[in-house]
Write a protein that binds this ligand. Sequence first.
Ligand code: ASP
Ligand code: MG
Length: 404
Amino acid sequence: MSLIVQKFGGTSVKDAERIFHVAGIIADTYRAGNDVIVVLSAQGDTTDDLVAKAQEIDPHASRREMDMLLSTGEQISVALCAMALRKMGLPVISLNAWQVGIQTTSVHSNARIKRIDSERVRAELDQHRIVLVTGFQGVNKNGDITTLGRGGSDTSAVALAAAFHADLCQIFTDVDGVYTCDPRLVPNARKLEEITYNEMLELASQGAQVLHNRSVELAKKFHVNLEVLSSYERKPGTKVKEVTKKVEKTNITGVAKDTSIARIALVGLQHNPGVAFQVFNLLSKANISVDVILQSIGREDTKDISFTVAKKDLEDAQKILLENKEAIHFDHLTVDDKIGKVSIVGAGVMAETGVAAKMFEALYEAGVNIQMINTSEIRVSVLIDEADVNKAVRAIHAKFFDEE
Ligand code: ASP
Ligand code: MG
């Protein structure tokens, strides 16, 4: 007997028919003799609809109240799915994350899981019940409901799999695995049989929307056996693991894009030591993460620093920097929210010569201008005009995968 954690995304539980379908998958897993913990997302567009409702009241509503509101979507899903399973004659119980004891930090709307109490779920599993848990949320030390950030249900599932030493964590979604690129953008994108944690991590954090990136971080840290598969068709998906056997000849695993970023440039900074520390320390204290950073070669006695932040953090970042203009000593600040980032990811990207050049060649041939470049050991990212992003992805994908 194994313990399996299964997570189903919003589209997979969007209406009664889909819920019964999902219940069928869960029932089969249970009847095969496994213990099953299920994590569900809110149905269809529920979370977006709740965000819209809040906006009608106050676009600047407090993050605590937003969490209180958004966490309700998942509660609907687990209750309905439990009803479906019960109707099919299966023993089941739905639980809120706070009932399960998913303890998180206090940062509302972007909390991190610290630990999971095991008693309640253990007790339910001992009673041979299927346990359904609300994804995307937890409870902080004050007993308040927190959420893990949009798409956070994947992270809930992996955290539960790690906490209960599950044999397998299956992430069911509306695509049947991880592709070399978004198949809606590039129809001949290929499904990967397997991918390493590191590659998946880079792809997820560079905008590939298959998995929440923190879920991959957790899976890597706790060696969770992860699989991404379709809730529509019963066929093998993509396995995410430590090492993979290289089946592809291409030296990249995938191409990702991200248009949810904006660039800030601080112009006319003094040449003193500690300036970068000051800037990024202020932002990090406000929980704003910074991505691609570029510091110019100085002119006479000043220099510029540009960097990207998530669009949703742009307003806050700007405000903090302007409030500290005197202390940081810069001349002025410019922002550009019409930019996008395109990345190639693969275990050998920086190790093998010519891979980055091939990417730049594809961009050159497509007439795309590169504004900033940023690399890791297994990734190259370029910052370009938002309007060029789709064209760039297609050109790069074709360069690496069509010319074999
Ligand atoms: N329902 C949440 C969202 O839409 C969490 C999730 O789907 O993972 O972001
Ligand atoms: Mg998702």
